[in-house]
Ligand binder design. Structure first.
Ligand code: SAH
Ligand code: SF4
Ligand code: F3S
Length: 473
C-alpha cells in the first residue's frame, strides 16, 4: 500500500475502491458463466455494466467466483504505471485457473486499447483484447476465441455511446447508480492517457439519459451520478425540435424527475464549468452541493506544461465563484506532484493553493509518465522518484488536516442522509451519506426506516473519514 492508498483509505467508504469486484446474482441455470472485475475510474465500472448487459443477452450468467467461470473479463485502467502493474499481477493469478479449466481470459478497457495486440504477445494467457468502444463485438470475439484463435477489437468510434443498451447493475446497493452521459475526451492534458484510450469526446442522447435515470428511480434507486471525463462539455442537439442540450439543461432535466432523486456528477473541468451549471445546482435541492474540480497543480507554469488551459488565478476565481453562487458547496480535487520541470517553488504553489482551497477531499498522485502522451514526447520526466514521494507525502499530510477540519465542521449539526444500507461493521447501524458525500453511520434505534429512505441525522462525533450520528425524531 503506498502513501496514496493510505490517504484514499480514509475515504474508502465514500468512493469506489481502486479494485472492485463486480458481480450480479447469477441466473444459475444458464450454461455459460462469466466473471468480471473492474479497475480504474467510475466510467470503467459503468462500462462493465454495459458488458454484462451484452453478455446476458447472449445467455451468459454472471458469477462472483472466477474459478467456476467459463470466461474471465478484466476491465482495465492505464492511468498510471502502477494501475497497469496491478492488472498484470492479477492476470498471473488467473493463470492457474486457465490451465486447470481452459477458461477464456479477456482484457477490456483502457489497457487493452493502449497496448492492442501487443498485449497478446506480452501476456500469453490472454485470449481476447477489447477496447472501450468495441463491446458490441464481444459475442463474435468470444466465439472466435472459443475456436482457439486470439481475438482483438480495439477500434475507437466517433459516435458509439451504447445509449440503447440498458446496463445490468453490478454489485448494486439498489440505491445509487452511475449513468454515463458521454464518452472520450477532447482535452489534451499532456500527462494523460485517456484521450488515447477512450478516443474523441461524444455526448449521449439526452432522452436516453433521462429515460435511464427515470427507470432507475421507478425501480427504487434514489441517487444517480452522471458520468463523463469532462461533463461540462456535454452537448447534444435534439434534431426533433432543434434545441441544444447543455450540461446545465441536462442536470435540470434529471433533477426534475423527482425531488426524491439525488443527482451527482463527475468530473468537472475548471475551464468548462459555467455559471449556468452553478445556478442550476443552487436552484435544485436534490442536485448535491458538491463539485469535484481537479486542479492538478497550483503553479501556472506547470499548468501550462500540463496543457490544462487555465492559470492558478483562473482556478482561484472559479473556486470563489462557486462559493458565491453555492455558499455551502463541498469541493474535492485531484493533484499531481512531481510533473516534468516542477521545481520546489512550483510545488510549494500547489501547497499554498491547497491552503487556500482547503479541499474536503483530494486524490493525490505523483506523476507517472505514460507512453505516447504529449508530456512523454515533449518533456523529460526529471523529478527523481524520491523527491516525488516526498512532495506527495507533504501534501497528503496537509490534506489530512483539511479533511479532518471539514469533518469536524459537521459535528453538532443535523443532515439529511440517504440510507444506502447496513454499516459494514454492524447490522444495528445504518450507513448513509450527506449531500456533501460524507459517510454517516448511525444506530437504527428501532425506527421503521429502510435502505433508500432519507432521514435526518444529528452528528455528534467524527473520525477522519466518517461522521457518527443519531436519528433525529
Ligand atoms: N477527466 C478527469 C480526470 C481523469 S484521470 C479530469 O480531467 O480531471 C483522474 C486523475 O488521475 C487526474 O485528474 C489526474 O490527477 C490523475 N492522473 C492522470 N494522469 C496521470 C499521470 N500520468 N500520472 C499521475 N496521475 C495522473
Ligand atoms: Fe485526461 Fe485532461 Fe481529459 Fe481529464 S480532461 S481525461 S485529465 S485529458
Ligand atoms: Fe483509467 Fe481509463 Fe478511467 S485510464 S481512469 S479506466 S478512463
Amino acid at each position: 500500500m503506498d502513501l496514496l492508498d493510505i490517504t484514499n483509505k480514509l475515504h474508502d467508504e465514500s468512493r469506489q475502491g481502486e479494485v472492485f469486484e463486480t458481480l450480479q446474482s447469477a441466473n444459475q441455470q444458464n450454461s455459460k458463466k462469466f466473471y468480471i472485475e473492474s479497475y480504474g475510474c467510475a466510467m470503467n465500472f459503468s462500462d462493465s455494466e454495459i458488458v454484462a448487459s451484452i453478455l446476458q443477452g447472449e445467455g451468459f450468467a454472471t458469477t462472483r467466483n472466477f474459478e467456476e467461470a467459463d470466461l474471465i473479463l478484466i476491465n482495465t485502467c492505464s492511468i498510471r504505471e502502477k494501475a497497469e502493474l496491478t492488472i498484470r499481477k492479477r492476470l498471473t493469478e488467473f493463470r492457474v485457473t486457465k490451465r486447470k479449466n481452459g477458461t477464456l481470459i479477456g482484457v477490456l478497457g483502457c489497457m487493452a486499447e493502449r497496448l492492442k495486440s501487443k498485449l497478446l504477445e506480452e501476456e500469453k494467457l490472454v485470449d481476447l483484447v477489447v477496447g472501450p468502444d468495441a463491446y458490441r463485438s464481444l459475442p463474435g470475439l468470444i466465439q472466435e476465441a472459443e475456436t482457439g484463435q486470439k481475438a482483438v477489437n480495439v477500434l475507437l468510434s466517433r459516435d458509439e455511446t451504447y445509449s440503447d443498451i440498458a446496463p445490468v447493475r453490478l454489485d448494486s446497493n439498489g440505491v445509487c447508480a452511475f449513468v454515463s452521459i458521454m464518452r472520450g475526451c477532447n482535452n489534451m492534458c499532456s500527462f494523460c492517457v485517456v484521450p488515447f484510450t477512450r478516443g474523441r469526446e461524444r455526448s449521449r442522447d439526452a432522452h436516453s439519459i433521462f429515460a435511464e435515470a427515470k427507470e432507475l428511480f421507478n425501480k427504487g434507486y434514489k441517487e444517480v451520478t452522471l458520468l463523463g471525463q469532462n461533463v461540462d462539455s456535454y452537448y447534444w442537439i435534439d434534431e426533433n425540435n432543434n434545441t441544444t442540450i447543455t450540461f446545465s439543461k441536462l442536470l435540470e432535466m434529471v433533477a426534475l424527475i423527482s425531488p426524491e432523486l439525488r443527482v451527482r456528477f463527475s468530473t468537472s473541468h475548471p475551464k468548462d464549468i459555467t455559471d449556468d451549471v452553478l445556478f442550476t445546482i443552487a436552484k435544485y435541492e436534490n442536485i448535491c452541493n458538491y463539485i469535484h474540480l481537479p486542479v492538478q497543480s497550483g503553479s501556472s507554469k506547470i499548468l501550462q506544461l500540463m496543457n490544462r488551459t487555465y492559470t492558478r488565478e483562473w482556478y482561484i476565481a472559479k473556486i470563489n465563484r462557486i462559493k458565491e453562487i453555492i455558499p455551502n458547496c463541498g469541493i474535492s480535487t485531484d493533484i499531481i506532484v512531481g510533473f516534468c520541470n516542477e521545481t520546489e517553488e512550483d510545488y510549494l504553489e500547489t501547497y499554498s493553493l491547497m491552503q487556500y482551497c482547503k479541499y474536503d477531499l483530494a486524490y493525490m498522485y505523483f506523476y507517472s509518465e505514460r507512453p505516447g502522451t504529449l508530456a512523454a514526447k515533449r518533456y523529460e520526466d526529471n523529478v527523481p522518484e524520491t523527491e516525488k514521494k516526498r512532495r506527495l507525502q507533504h501534501i497528503i499530510d496537509l490534506h489530512r488536516i483539511h479533511s479532518l477540519e471539514s469533518m469536524q465542521r459537521d459535528v453538532n449539526k443535523t443532515f439529511k442522509v440517504l440510507i444506502e444500507g447496513n454499516s459494514k461493521k454492524s447490522d444495528a447501524h445504518w450507513f448513509g451519506r450527506t449531500d456533501h458525500n460524507k459517510v454517516v453511520i448511525f444506530p437504527k434505534a428501532n425506527a421503521t426506516l429502510q435502505k433508500g429512505d432519507y432521514t435526518n441525522v444529528f452528528v455528534h462525533e467524527c473520525t477522519a473519514g466518517t461522521l457518527l450520528g443519531k436519528l433525529v425524531n
